[in-house]
Design a binder for this molecule. Sequence first.
Ligand code: SUG
Length: 448
Amino acid sequence: MSAFEANFDGLVGPTHNYAGLSFGNVASTGNQNAVANPKQAALQGLVKMKTLHDLGFKQGVLAPHERPNVAALRQIGFTGTDAQVIARAAKEAPAILAACSSASTMWTANAATVSPSADTADRRVHFTPANLNNKFHRSVEHPTTGRILKAMFADEARFAHHMALPAQMHFGDEGAANHTRFCHEYDQPGVEFFVFGQAAFDSRYPKPAKFPARQTLEASQAVARLHGLRDELVVYAQQDPDTIDAGVFHNDVISVGNRNVLFHHEKSFVNQAQVLAELDRKLAAAGGKFVAIEVPDAEVSVAEAVKSYLFNSQLLSKADGKLIIVVPDECRVTERVWTYLNKLVNSGGPIDEIKVFDLKQSMQNGGGPACLRLRVALSEAELAAVNPAVLMNDQLFATLNAWVNKHYRDRLEAADLADPSLLTECRTALDELTQILKLGSVYPFQFC
Ligand code: SUG
């Protein structure tokens, strides 16, 4: 094979906690104030990365960010030394300190939208960091995300890096969580599929009644323009607003695609039949045969999909052309979902194997296997141009496990966020990490 889909998983940061920050994400709000275990969270993520690497898939690591985000606290008026800034925020605005302490960069499906070189006008791989402007704690991610991506994909002849879209609700962008690409082979032109929650400039599109629609049509269109995609190979679809109100805050909670396969729920999109027909037609024009696997509501309800994260799975292509579905343990323990999955892999269809991972620490904040990874389709030559220090192997796995065990706490709750030593611990760990991953200086504490 001369091209691959590499997955870059977010390494969970040392401040992983449950602050109930994401209205519309029912796991996040439901687990507010639960006690978190950052060490276990990071180790759970590393096990997934290593297992997939051992199965022969290309796997990389995306570094976490500096937290608490003292610069963000200063921007909103907290002053003094770093310790004083944290102490004042803890006293006067604990909810804001919690937002500035979130380890939410672990969900790298929201880090950026990525278009492979086969799809773009200038034949480079394009990256647009997501502005994540619907939630304050996530809106502060993109500057550092952009620097880290540049440190990983540095070769300007092969990789193009854009700025995040205007940080405003009209251009709300949540990155690859609302983007999928279909193709015949990874290095052949494919169909890029953008799913939005609302149209900010066009009142004809329905809106959810209860929860926010984070991604706008206008943001998706802007990313497609920036990346130089061809209109005839792009499909836009609106996510069913009722599913947003049921807790499907990103498209990757109700559908997942890989190569020529879209695995999705019956209630994923507005005008679903038309959307599927357009994908079929456009992929055929790109030389592919579209396969839609639709899960009926009668077999798995939207509520069961949200609870189990069935669609927040990864579909990974094996050498024999069949697909593995990577699911969280919550799928195994949700009876009807497990029954469905076992029927699916024995049906003779393209998905013929299940891999289950315990990702409970991340899941309790609404982040499953697919949330934790950013996909980058790369040719052999492009893969060779990626910073090799971020690619998983036995040595990196051992080093990162030791690094986590050395620096991370195994218990973190709201009151702990006021502890100024958490910042010192985080900076010490990240300084070491940038050397392990050979990222250079990417964090404000390293260059300010
Ligand atoms: O943005 N949760 C994240 C989960 C992101 C999941 N990503 C994808 N579906 N791709 C979010 O809602 C919760 C943080 C807290 O409550 O402490 C949080 O940010």
